[in-house]
Design a protein around this ligand. Structure first.
Ligand code: ADP
Ligand code: MG
Length: 637
């Protein structure tokens, strides 16, 4: 007796259905995508009880003719493809004529549809994919499809459904992705009789984000765009201060469809690396447009996973566009220009729009230390690095201006840096401490800063600055840490070292010793001179110029811990992690006495917009509007 059976078409349909339709949310997605494909401008989605009993999608698209209304539910029925010549479309848009067949195989369906311009509509009722009823009816132009009792004939699948609440949330998430994918289409989502959101369909991404994701999310978003011959990216990314604990706020779209892309996600997150707390994730709504031939959407039946043929270009486009959006925020936010500067320099908004991702990338490249200074045509030398600064300046009035140079000289007053520590450093003089962190706030033209007065300090922690109509509080350690980090990171040559009169002994575990050995070049380039006495014992002979000898052991332990915990998979990341530690240890600390000059330098850095977040992403400043104080004291209501 034969043991091989040919599956009946019905069973084959049920199996196929499992691939396309996993849960009610997949029905929502497929139906809405069909409405998009039909050119709808208004779509309404309604679900009840998590969608497993009732999903209705209504659109004002092209509608379906009476002849096609029955065929639409047959497997491989698609109007979007007729022969193999259109196969290109299969891999690009993912049309396969499977969705309606798959959904109808596992549910009861009612379809009401009227072709545009036609006088009469059609009603089709199906149970488990079989047509029960088909007749002409009067109905509006467009399509209205109701899916009832999903998986009623596949109890095993139905059992896998989660609670109504979580299925409803998944449906809503699918509807949100659809709405964000098409800011040009108005989408209404109704759950158990209550409207959850309504996007206006006015083509504006910002109004779509506002209505779909809510005001709170929208208000912390930064515009982001970029282009690279044929590839374009546009959309919004979250401000580093608004990052959240998971990736739920990340939406990527490719050629109008929501996609999941580890590549784009990595590029996005890399761009936030030095402005976000670890364990936090940025949000984004990013639209990638890419020539149809360069992306394959058929990696997964639900078409959400894609494969790019030019991964590096996509990665770079996302990375540099996001980086330039973050830079732009850094340069515009947290600055309150006084009315006079505003009048001279123009409004704050739009300052930086002129810097595209491409510009940013070339700026970065021209700032590349490996590229030597070049001679200009007129014989004068110009440094690529200066060029980078100047170009950024074009869009930003408060940053560097070569006219007035105030170089940042770290000054740790005697009270802060114990005399004993000074004595441990060979040949320490003012000259020597000066300039280690040079350039941290170089070139800030004070005339361009908003009017301000440093009132003093709170708890030896927060600098209190009076602005025109606000109080600015600055976390002096966090801000200084960032200044040092940026300046160290910008450095193209090795970081200055200070030689210790008395080498500091250091004992490490075997594992840490190996890590130290493996990263010896990196540590040396940052100013550490560490000599091994045996497998576990070392002496530190020199350390980065701004670090205190008493911090050297905890710092190296911290660095080993970071390298050990895999926080720094690449050499670039390892360097950043070590720089974080050096910057943190070298910065003025809460609890220290800090000189007026130093408070002034930190304040200048913050007011200039150079410093927004500490290297771990914590904010460095906080503003209290004068109005809030007036309200508190009932001077105004
Ligand atoms: P596909 O979308 O891959 O073509 P589907 O099974 O999703 O396959 O849909 C089958 C066909 O039914 C579509 O090609 C289209 O012609 C028609 N159709 C489905 N939904 C709609 C709709 N909302 N408006 C107009 N036509 C539709
Ligand atoms: Mg479809």
């Amino acid at each position: 007796m034969s043991v091989i059976n040919i599956l009946s078409p019905h069973v084959a349909d049920l199996i196929a259905a499992g691939e396309v339709v996993e849960r009610p949310a997949s029905v929502v997605k497929e139906l809405v995508e069909n409405s998009f494909d039909a050119g709808a401008k208004n779509i309404s989605i309604e679900i009840r009880n998590g969608g497993s009993n009732y999903i209705r999608v209504t659109d004002d698209g092209c509608g379906i003719s009476p002849e096609d209304a029955g065929i639409a539910f047959m497997r491989h029925a698609t109007s979007k493809l007729s022969d193999e010549h259109g196969l290109e479309c299969i891999s690009t848009m993912g049309f396969r004529g499977e969705a309606l067949a798959a959904i109808s195989a596992v549910s009861r369906i009612e379809l009401r549809t009227r072709l545009k311009g036609s006088s009469e509509g059609t009603l089709v009722k199906l149970t488990a994919g079989e047509i029960d009823e088909m007749e002409p009816i009067g109905c509006p132009e467009g399509t209205n499809i109701i899916v009832r009792d999903l998986f009623y004939n596949t109890p095993a699948r139905r059992k896998f459904l989660k609670s109504d609440r979580s299925e409803a949330s998944a449906c809503q998430a699918a509807a949100i992705r659809c709405a964000l994918a098409h800011p040009d289409v108005s989408i209404r989502f109704i759950r158990d009789g209550e409207e959850q959101f309504f996007s206006p369909g006015d083509t504006r991404i910002d109004s779509c984000i506002y209505t779909v994701l809510g005001r709170e999310t929208a208000k912390d978003m930064l515009e982001c765009s970029g282009e690279d011959s044929g590839l374009t990216l546009k959309g919004y990314v979250s401000s580093p201060s608004a990052c959240r604990g998971n990736r739920g706020g990340q939406f990527f779209f490719c050629n109008g469809r929501f996609i999941r892309s580890v590549l784009m996600q990595t590029a996005l997150e890399q761009a936030y690396k030095n402005s976000m707390l670890s364990g936090k994730y940025p949000g984004c709504v990013l639209y990638l447009s890419i020539p149809f031939g360069s992306v394959d959407v058929n990696v997964h039946p639900a078409k959400t996973e894609v494969k790019f043929s030019e991964e590096k270009r996509v990665f770079d486009l996302v990375y540099y566009s996001v980086l330039s959006a973050l830079e732009a925020e850094k340069r515009s936010a947290d600055i309150v220009p006084s009315p006079s500067t505003e009048a001279v320099l123009g409004k704050k908004t739009g300052f930086y729009k002129s810097i595209s991702a491409q510009d940013y990338k070339s700026m970065q490249q021209s700032a590349d230390p490996s590229k030597k200074d070049r001679k200009t045509d007129d014989g004068a030398f110009f440094s690529p690095k200066e060029n980078y600064q100047t170009r950024l300046d074009l869009g930003y009035p408060f940053s560097t201006s070569s006219a007035s140079v105030t170089s940042f000289v770290p000054h740790h007053p005697e009270t802060a840096r114990p005399k004993a520590e000074n004595a441990r450093i060979a040949g320490l003089s003012d000259e020597k401490t000066a300039g280690h962190v040079e350039n941290a706030v170089q070139n800030v033209d004070k005339k361009l800063l908003p009017d301000h007065k440093i009132v003093g300090e709170l708890f030896k922690k927060y600098i209190v600055v009076e602005l025109e109509d606000e109080v600015l509080l600055i976390d002096k350690h966090a801000a200084h840490e960032r200044m040092i980090f940026d300046s160290l990171k910008k450095r193209t040559s090795d970081i200055n070292a200070q030689t210790l009169l008395e080498p500091v002994p250091l004992r490490l575990s075997g594992e840490d010793s190996e890590l130290l050995g493996a990263n010896s070049e990196l540590l040396a380039s940052l100013g550490f001179e560490i000599e091994a006495l045996d497998d576990c014992n070392f002496v530190v002979r020199a350390l980065p110029a701004d670090m205190y000898p008493s911090d050297v052991v905890p710092s190296i332990e911290e660095i080993c811990e970071k390298l050990r915990s895999g926080k720094a998979p690449s050499s670039e990341e390892a360097r950043d992690e070590v720089l974080h530690t050096v910057a943190c240890k070298a910065a003025i600390k809460a609890g220290w006495d800090t000189s007026a000059a130093e408070l002034e330098r930190v304040t200048t850095a913050v007011l200039s917009g150079e410093v927004l977040y500490c290297p771990h992403g914590r904010p460095v400043s906080y503003r209290i509007p004068g109005r809030d104080l007036d309200k508190r004291f009932r001077r105004i209501v």
